[in-house]
Design a protein around this ligand. Sequence first.
Ligand code: ATP
Length: 315
Amino acid sequence: MKTIYCIGELLIDFVAIKQGNDLSKAKEFTKKAGGAPANVACAISKLGGKGQFIGAVGNDPFGTFLLNVLKDNRVDISLAQRSKTFTTMAFVSLAEDGERDFVFSRGADKKLKYDSKLKKQLKGNIVHFGAATGFLGGGLEEAYDRYIFDAITQDAFISFDPNFREDLWRGEEECFIKKSLKFIGKSHLCKFSNEEIQLITGEQDIEKACNIVHELGCPIICVTLGSEGTLVSTLNKKTTVKSIQVAPVDTTGAGDAFIGCLLYQIANIGDPHLILKNYDQLIDMVTIANRAGAITTTGYGAIPSLPDHDAVFNN
Ligand code: ATP
């Protein structure tokens, strides 16, 4: 079984307990582990795979809390880093008008230092780039540039999820698009929401948008469509793979569960690159990954709702 290296941010989400107030009025918050690449590492490990997290947290109690969450989910954190800078935090509340109010306090995640030890370990394995903060500068962005170069030279299978966050990029969308395009062209698999692929390609028709992404050099695209399932696109074929019916209560983390489950399966076929030649197997894998995404929506919070192997494969 191949290892899947998930590189990016791990942070504290402080979510207002009583929704309907903007942050100026919110009084109490719950502390939750957040960060898409960390969620993906947990999704993989919870299924029984080898998920490794590469990222930085502060050398403070929040950093300890976050690393313990990953450890409890059997994620390998041996290459995670502790920084003197405080752990990154996001404060979130839904205001009276339903708009998200958001304050982002960026700390340790941007302090990630490139680690040359990882280069050899990447050989033939899988690397997932999925940081919402990965293109916001600092050490993390530098590490992204160097690790993707290493991943190419080590023949690793490269997965990319742009994780566009409106709150972080308002007014700077063009910069986000430019940086995403660079990664798309180097990836074997890209996962987008339909809004993300429309934003990045400038094309509203999703199938045409997929063709633009293929032209950039990415051979496999998954566009997640919530309850509608996932559009799978390769150079020759496109299929919308249906999801299962569930009663969702919180969709946070569904996309991370989906890509985690897909990568877990790709890690189990020997050479991950073989998936590029087997469309039917890819569709079977996406059918199962849809189930992982769907199950995640039936519980509150991302990491606590990620399904284990039995829930996804034996039901
Ligand atoms: P995120 O907001 O975490 O970045 P995303 O927008 O990429 O996620 P979604 O489309 O919400 O991800 O969900 C990922 C996958 O989970 C979908 O492709 C689908 O297969 C499954 N899924 C999500 N919501 C539902 C639902 N309500 N019913 C059934 N399946 C769902």
